[in-house]
Design a protein around this ligand. Structure first.
Ligand code: HPA
Length: 278
């Protein structure tokens, strides 16, 4: 049984921070990048990498699904010092929202002020075909979990404002980077669900009516924790499939990974283009 505390004690956070800090010494980055399904290759593009395996970080479980590694990689990407989270924790793996958000809390304690999230998502908007990239402008948290429940941790707000979760200036930078690289970047609302089953067609129709353009099983609780800490967030979804009931095909994780794989170079160029200007 995996350990998945539903509060994060300050001492547990200290232990994780200390484990990472002891490996990176005085090295500093302003930006963290959280890799979604099928994007682990981005960690291979980092120069002068320091790799820290999750097994060496107290409180970080090992990922249980294909397409996710279990390490933090620190180094340079597009010339910028970055910390890359290769392997994320999902609530469908049995983790609490607090465990899913633990890396973000560690990043903040390391002095990182900006987080770029990536994920794979189903397209709810009918014009989204597999391979579409979508900048998340806002989200709907339909996981009904929150990483801020429980005691307030130092540096966090009890009731953080969520009226602008995805930073405007970073979104502008992303649109400019996309235009320069001739990458089509849509903008939309991401609905975060618990999973792990994909949605039914009726649920996808509901999400459409709720204003969602894409649906996935990550990101929202991480963004909530990041905002409570005052971090700037940017998030990009790779639309890997039409959501259930929209297209004729059934959904599978293998197809999701393959679709993410096909556009991974665009995602990498986009992220590097943003980093070069951040
Ligand atoms: N639904 C939820 N999560 C997903 C999907 C989907 O259709 N595709 C990739 N992640």
């Amino acid at each position: 049984m995996i350990e998945t505390p539903d509060v994060i004690e300050a001492a547990a956070l200290d232990r994780a921070v200390h484990a990472v800090q002891s490996q990176i010494g005085s090295w500093k980055a302003a930006t963290a990048i959280v890799l979604g399904s099928g994007l682990t290759f981005l960690a291979e593009r980092i120069s002068d990498p320091i790799r820290i395996a999750y097994r060496d970080i107290p409180g970080f479980p090992m990922p249980t699904i294909q397409g996710h590694r279990g390490e933090l990689v620190i180094g340079r990407l597009a010339g910028a010092p970055v910390l890359v989270q290769s392997g994320r924790f999902h609530m469908y793996e049995g983790h609490s929202a607090h465990v899913c958000a633990l890396p973000v809390r560690v990043f903040s304690r390391l002095g990182i002020g900006t987080v770029m999230f990536t994920n794979a998502a189903g397209g709810v908007r009918r014009t989204f075909t597999p391979g579409t990239l979508m900048l998340i402008a806002d989200h709907v948290n339909l996981t009904f979990r929150n990483p801020l429940s429980g005691p307030v941790l130092t540096g966090e707000e009890r009731f953080p404002d969520m009226s602008d979760p995805y930073d405007h200036s970073l979104r502008t930078l992303a649109m400019e980077a996309a235009a320069r690289s001739r990458i089509n970047l849509e903008t939309g609302v991401y609905a975060g669900l618990l999973g792990p089953s994909y949605e039914t067609p009726a649920e996808v129709r509901m999400l459409d009516r709720l204003g969602a353009d894409a649906v996935g099983m990550s990101t929202v609780v991480e963004v909530i924790a990041a905002r409570a800490l005052g971090m700037r967030c940017l998030a990009i979804s790779t639309i890997t499939n039409a959501a259930a009931g929209i297209g004729p095909t059934k959904l599978s994780h293998v197809d999701v990974l393959q679709a993410a794989e096909r556009v991974k170079d665009d995602v990498a160029r986009l992220i590097e283009g943003i980093l070069a200007r951040i």
